[in-house]
Design a protein around this ligand. Structure first.
Ligand code: PGA
Length: 255
């Protein structure tokens, strides 16, 4: 596998943090620190911050993503946001199937698949999250489970559309816990995901797809994780809320 054919993507996942005003302040802090980045830089922000974030990022190399969306176009889905609405405010990426959505909001592989298809057909780039719980890992079903999550989420996605998909491997036990997967564990599971892509779409697609690692990636462990051949960037939670730490990770991915 040739890592140099793939563009590294570092995406911040702000989760339920920041008001629009605070979002602009954080983006303004990040801007000068990442302006020379050769990798892609994305900030995924709460819905109410999207408009302000898009405006704050105009003319910079920082792109903006949402953290979720509904798969229907419109209708009686109180509290939900559609792909059209995200596009209308200039959103480019959308995190889909994050483990917190699966765990607390009942998302399943099937709804994640519907969301992936809806995002792609509306010109949004999904950051598709997959990953095992601690129990899954202890039961030694990590590889099978992550392969299955990936396959189901991508059902009916064409090879052309796959070019706009980023996959993030996020072991649930490593998210927000300070427990990071070892770089070998991350590389192994990212490799399993790449093999699934190879099986379904072929070698070329497998070499091209960006597969991130996420789960307590920070300014101290990013170099080691990002050095692995199958780790093409990161989805960063906690550390993305600190401009200097986020920039350190971005700059590590550009080496
Ligand atoms: P963390 O979150 O970096 O705070 O572990 C990662 C994520 O949930 O995307």
């Amino acid at each position: 596998m040739k890592k140099e054919v793939r563009k590294a993507v570092i995406a911040g996942n702000w989760k339920m943090n920041k008001t629009p005003k605070e979002a602009v302040e954080l983006i303004n802090e990040i801007k000068p620190l990442v302006k020379d980045a050769t990798c892609d830089v994305v900030v995924c922000v709460p819905f109410v911050c999207l408009d302000a974030a898009v405006k704050a990022c105009e003319g910079t190399n920082i792109k903006v993503g949402a953290e979720n969306m509904h798969f229907e176009k419109s209708g009686a889905f109180t509290g939900e946001i559609s792909a059209d609405m995200l596009k209308a405010v200039g959103t480019e990426y959308v995190v889909l199937g994050h483990s917190e959505r699966r765990q607390y909001f009942g998302e399943t592989d099937e709804t994640v698949n519907k969301k992936v298809l809806a995002a792609l057909s509306n010109g949004l780039k999904p950051i598709l999250c997959v990953g095992e719980t601690l129990k899954d890992r202890e039961n030694t079903i990590t590889n099978e489970l992550v392969a299955m999550q990936t396959k189901i989420a991508l059902l009916d996605v064409s090879e052309k559309d796959l070019e706009n998909v980023i996959i993030a491997y996020e072991p649930v036990w490593a998210i927000g816990t300070g427990k990071t997967a070892t770089s070998d564990q991350a590389d192994e599971v990212n490799g399993v995901i790449r093999n699934v892509i190879k099986e379904v779409y072929g070698e070329v697609a497998a070499e091209k797809i960006t597969i991130q690692y996420g789960g307590s990636m920070n300014a101290s462990n990013c170099d080691e994780l990002l050095s692995k051949v199958n780790v093409d960037g990161g989805l960063i939670g906690g550390a993305s809320l600190k401009a200097a730490d986020f920039a350190t990770i971005v700059n590590a991915a550009c080496k």
